[in-house]
Design a protein around this ligand. Structure first.
Ligand SMILES: [Fe+2]
Length: 408
């Protein structure tokens, strides 16, 4: 964990140096005071580290002030650095190549430092200014909008799923799903309480949480997890562990969840009955495989978890990662509920109707509903955020699934 934090900080330090050097080259401030002010402001943004590693246990006013004026600007700046680093590296390589060619030309006597070459240099800088502005300005605008305007939008998605082999006595059973809470600086107990209250209006039979309950570390566990004890569902609250849940004190997290009335399904299953106990289905949950956080198709726990479930029983699987779906469908799982992708946190409109999410770069199942014969997958867009606290056209999500017997 410590080495991961140190590596991330070092990488981000390098990105900042490259971004700053690139911006300096392109915009070269005539007034040195401007450069100094920018450096002071960047150092001010770095006070965010203090709040990232310890909760602000003060009044709501202080919390919101810290979020609006310290944390959000810092993450927007971080996002700009992340995007601009490869851009400036590529532009830098072109500049070096151009200068090398000029140097070769001057060595062979074919090229001299003339007014013409100086004007090419000035022209290149103007071109870079236009290119940089066309990347930075929309990116900054989009980030500011995503952080300050859309950040608290939450959508309740309703899905009715029809199965021929669902026992009739389970017709109308309601599963409410949330995912990727990421308890941390952007999901403190106060914010989580608002979502808990909203979920309690949905008359759920069960509520499931598909992983990434915490962001990282253990500092935010107690404050946020205690709030989950307020969740209300007739047949219980269940959770599985996501990759982020392993980045802190796992034992403490599981203990706190159980204390809050949340059953953690770690590679096991439970029978879930209807009101008069005349019918039931199997609810199974698997741990995140914890390998690479993207493109991981290896799910070693699924076979053992489902081994003792009768072949013809109705099965619902909770898995943090959605790419378990192919395997789950083959194992006869009727419904797989997953998260992990956050829907990319930014979704662009597309002609297909299924928007173009940033998550689609790495994941086949990026968000929403998928079907393979008699098996469904639902990928929840998450309740929290990871990385920059930005969501654009991709609101936080609570999914309310109604199981139905028959055909639609
Ligand atoms: Fe997540």
């Amino acid at each position: 964990m410590t080495s991961m934090i140190i590596t991330s900080l070092c990488m981000f330090a390098v990105m900042q140096v490259i971004t700053f050097a690139g911006l300096y080259y392109v915009f070269r401030p005539k007034n040195r005071k401007l450069l100094l002010s920018a450096l002071v402001y960047i150092l001010f943004l770095h006070t965010s580290y203090f709040f990232l590693f310890s909760p602000v246990s003060s009044s709501l006013f202080v919390r919101l002030t810290v979020e609006y004026f310290v944390l959000y600007p810092y993450f927007i700046y971080m996002l700009i650095c992340m995007v601009m680093t490869p851009f400036f590296l590529f532009a830098g390589m072109l500049v070096v190549l151009f200068r090398f060619l000029v140097w070769i030309g001057s060595r062979t006597g074919e090229h001299k430092q003339t007014d013409e070459s100086l004007s090419i240099d000035a022209g290149r800088r103007i071109f870079m200014k236009v290119m940089t502005s066309s990347v930075v300005l929309p990116l900054a605008g989009c980030s500011v909008y995503g952080a300050y305007v859309e950040r608290d939008k939450v959508e309740v998605r309703e899905e009715e799923l029809f199965y021929k082999d669902l026992p009739e006595d389970l017709d109308g059973f309601i599963i409410t799903q949330i995912s990727d809470i990421h308890a941390g600086p952007f999901m403190d107990g106060f914010r989580l309480k608002g979502f808990v209250d909203k979920m309690n209006t949905l008359e759920s039979d069960i509520i499931v949480i598909t992983g990434d309950i915490i962001n990282w570390g253990s500092i935010f566990i107690r404050e946020s997890i205690g709030v989950l004890s307020g969740l209300k569902a007739k047949k219980g609250i269940f959770a599985v562990l996501g990759n982020h849940d392993f980045y802190g004190d796992l034992k403490d997290l599981c203990n706190q969840l159980e204390k809050s009335g949340v059953s953690v399904l770690r590679n096991r299953h439970e029978k879930i009955y209807n009101d008069d106990r005349s019918a039931f289905f199997y609810l199974a949950g698997i741990d995140d495989p914890r390998g690479s956080w993207y493109l991981n198709d290896d799910f070693p726990f699924i076979k053992d978890t489902l081994k003792s479930v009768p072949k013809h029983g109705f099965k619902v699987l909770l898995s943090h990662r959605p790419n378990v779906f192919d395997l789950a469908a083959k194992q006869g799982v009727h419904l797989t509920l997953a998260g992990h992708t956050h829907g990319g946190q930014i979704i662009l409109p597309s002609v297909s109707g299924h928007g173009l999410s940033l998550a689609s770069i790495a994941y086949m199942y990026d968000y929403g509903l998928y079907q393979k014969e008699n098996s469904f997958l639902y990928v929840n867009k998450g309740l929290g955020v990871v990385g920059p606290p930005v969501r654009v056209n991709c609101p936080r999500e609570i999914t309310r699934i109604v199981l139905r017997t028959g055909t639609s």
